[in-house]
Design a binder for this molecule. Structure first.
Ligand code: AP5
Length: 223
């Protein structure tokens, strides 16, 4: 499970900007982006066994049970692509049990970035978020508006869990578990103010990552 390439985790509340930053991080560091939300939504769409079980939890804004997601992540992290390019975990670990499993499997990141955004801002981000299903690009009607292209605007979709009511449930789950997740990787944890513009946040995220990647002793020993 070891690789010399960057091993990164980005965490934060729902809609704190993880996906937005990941688009840029993939470009800059060349790592494989593994979003557990995306993996689960794909499983639901494909009607797999995991997807069928996960759907009701996701629809309600609740976390899916740990055992559904842990093996999915482990399997992906073991892929040749992740060994060759390194990885960027988005939305995992989200509970103490998920963090403990990573350690148990010997999967130690170089850096855990935590995006910090107040709850009221989160709700505004959730209700205005739109997605382009063709490109996977994330927009916000006010903060990151889509280009003035009628075809593109017509195909934008909204996630079924992006309502204020479900957002509050998701925030509650986040606050219940966040402290334990932070503690699991306390020495690797870098809080970043997520309230600036996406570019400003990106600069701070890169500073945090670069400060760690330049320090060779933070890397795990080779196999
Ligand atoms: P998941 O898909 O991971 O959702 P999430 O954590 O709620 O995060 P989001 O994808 O909603 O937001 P984001 O932080 O990526 O923000 P974004 O960049 O889009 O998980 C969905 C569900 O799957 C969970 O509820 C759970 O059921 C299940 N699940 C997933 N992982 C799990 C796990 N490990 N264990 C158990 N269950 C799991 O930005 C949001 C909006 O804000 C966008 O419109 C964007 O344009 C805008 N924006 C971004 N940055 C800025 C900025 N700096 N300023 C202004 N606006 C901004």
């Amino acid at each position: 499970l070891f690789t010399d390439r960057p091993k990164l985790i980005i965490s934060g509340a729902p809609a704190s900007g993880k996906g937005t930053q990941c688009e840029r991080l993939v470009e800059r560091y060349g790592v494989v982006h593994l979003s557990t939300g995306d993996l689960l939504r794909a499983a639901v769409k494909d009607g797999t066994e995991v997807g069928l079980k996960a759907k009701e939890f996701m629809d309600g804004g609740m976390l899916v049970p740990d055992d559904l997601i842990i093996d999915l992540v482990k399997h992906r992290l073991m892929s040749p692509e992740c060994r060759e390019r390194g990885w960027l975990l988005d939305g995992f670990p989200r509970t103490a049990a998920q963090g403990e499993k990573l350690r148990e499997y010997g999967i130690i990141p170089d850096c855990v970035v935590g995006l910090e955004v107040p709850d009221d801002d989160i709700v505004k981000r959730v209700v205005g978020r739109r997605l382009d299903p063709e490109t996977g690009k994330i927009y916000h009607l006010d903060f990151s508006p889509p280009p003035d292209d009628a075809d593109l605007r017509a195909r934008l979709t909204q996630r079924s869990d992006d309502t204020e009511e479900k957002c509050r449930v998701r925030l509650e789950a986040f606050h219940t578990h966040n402290k334990a997740v932070r503690e699991e990787f306390a020495s690797l944890y870098h809080p970043v103010d997520g309230t600036g513009s996406p570019s400003d946040v990106f600069a701070c995220v890169c500073d945090a990552i670069d400060s760690v990647l330049e320090t060779p002793q933070t890397r795990p020993p080779p196999v």
